[in-house]
Design a protein around this ligand. Structure first.
Ligand SMILES: Cc1cc2nc3c(=O)[nH]c(=O)nc-3n(C[C@H](O)[C@H](O)[C@H](O)COP(=O)(O)OP(=O)(O)OC[C@H]3O[C@@H](n4cnc5c(N)ncnc54)[C@H](O)[C@@H]3O)c2cc1C
Length: 393
């Protein structure tokens, strides 16, 4: 038996024994996601058991080194685990910016002390992270950020404001870009800092959205003191860490978490809508669009798999993360439009602020996909400059 077959059998057996039945349903809304963190209240015993069992094997971060509590799996083994989890519709046991963003950045740029201190609590779902990048006048032009960090002995003193900080009001720690050298060229005077959201002087204010929920906040820093030891990479050279982290963020958004690009719910909605018309949708154009969406999804998944194979030796996708993000998010928006077309007004049945169907909310949420992690226009710019090497003008 080939090594990979042996590993697959081991995974199948282990999942059969250890994945609770309640965790074998696709995630339908934010309420089903396990984010972890100090204040996390598990939605069910099954959710807690599932996290504990997966974390004990290091399979919440299957590709991270074992010495920090990860699974130590090869890229091929990670793929097999992913495939087998999908086969039984097993939910990811844990989500969050720790796993998708700051963890990979620490593995690349962190000191040994930082990796040892921060990676195990991420893997075990003990600390929840948020991302302090955007500011009121620094979004696409991120390097224009102005939150200042002034050195005072072995600490920095921070003052300023971040915006669109997803889940800042629920996060335990933040990874944050600050300006440490106002004299240097924009990108050069930026430092990448980590600190506890409970630090004196940190406050957050949720921003309410059209979808009814409020995933993000304005975040304010008023003389927040952060140890110099919490710098990732070098002082004034945080831009390199920031850019590396963004490639992981874009890949994650492209993948859309657990089931964003899964064509199954589209097929199921089509089948349900067709029951009134003899098993076949009456609208020819809608039929063709659904078929196209399914084909595009498969093509996209194949391209993503190829990209990830090409980076098997570690590292990030680099500018190819912009291709993945652009394509994945545009597909998801189209898929959400199709779901709304299939369900019609039912998608928007709102009662007491809560929708009876998640379709309308997901459709509204998908609008943000082509903004978060860098807008579609910025992705096109990266592709034009860094992949196609087109002339500037
Ligand atoms: C759902 C969601 C979650 C988010 N979560 C976080 C988070 O956790 N932490 C965080 O720090 N930020 C977060 N953001 C913020 C996000 O990173 C920014 O919204 C994004 O980078 C765009 O910045 P902006 O909103 O300032 O828009 P702007 O940069 O002002 O852009 C406005 C418009 O101008 C276009 N534009 C700007 N510059 C150019 C250019 N050079 N060429 C062509 N077109 C251009 C843009 O494409 C856009 O259409 C989140 C955003 C969303 C939607």
């Amino acid at each position: 038996m080939a090594e990979s077959d042996e590993f697959r059998s081991e995974v199948v057996e282990w999942l059969a024994e250890n994945c609770p039945n309640e965790m074998r349903h696709p995630i339908e809304s934010d309420d089903d996601v396990c984010w972890g963190g100090r204040g996390w209240a598990f939605q069910s015993t099954a959710q807690e058991i599932w996290l504990r069992r997966m974390a004990a094997r290091g399979w919440t971060a299957p590709g991270w080194p074992k010495e920090y509590g990860g699974g130590g799996l090869s890229p091929e083994e990670c793929r097999i685990l992913d495939q087998e989890m999908r086969r039984i519709a097993a939910r990811p046991p844990l989500e969050g910016f720790g796993l998708s963003m700051i963890g990979p950045a620490l593995l690349e740029f962190g000191t040994e002390e930082q990796k040892t201190a921060y990676l195990p609590p991420i893997i075990n779902g003990e600390i929840r992270w948020c991302q302090g990048y955007s500011e009121p006048n620094a979004g696409s032009d991120l390097a224009a950020l102005r939150t200042s960090a002034v050195r005072d002995g072995q600490e920095f003193v921070l003052n300023g404001q971040k915006v669109w900080t997803s889940y800042a009001d629920r996060a335990d720690w933040i990874f944050c870009l600050v300006r440490t050298n106002p004299e240097a060229k924009k990108q050069r005077g930026i430092t990448f800092l980590l600190f506890d959201m409970q630090s004196a002087g940190v406050s957050t204010r949720p921003i309410r959205l059209i979808s009814g929920s409020s995933p993000f906040c304005e975040t304010f820093f008023d003389n927040v003191r952060v140890p110099v030891a919490n710098v990732v990479g070098e002082i004034d050279k945080g831009w390199d860490v920031a850019k590396y982290l963004l490639t992981h963020e874009r890949e994650t958004i492209a993948r859309g978490g657990s089931n964003l690009f899964d064509a199954n719910d589209l097929n199921a909605a089509a089948a349900k809508a067709a029951t009134q018309t003899g098993g076949r949708l009456a609208d020819e154009i809608l039929r063709a669009e659904i078929a196209r969406a399914a084909i595009d999804t498969h093509a996209f998944e194949a391209t993503r798999a190829r990209y990830l194979e090409e980076t098997e030796q570690g590292g990030s996708l680099g500018p190819r993360s912009a291709v993945a993000k652009l394509t994945g998010t545009e597909f998801n928006k189209r898929r959400q439009e199709l779901l709304v077309s299939l369900q019609g007004l039912e998608s928007f049945r709102w009662e007491n602020g809560a929708s009876e169907s998640s379709t309308g909310r997901s459709w509204l949420r998908s609008k943000g996909n082509s903004i978060e992690g860098g807008t579609t226009e910025i992705m096109l710019e990266i592709i034009a400059k860094q992949i196609l090497e087109l002339p500037k003008d």
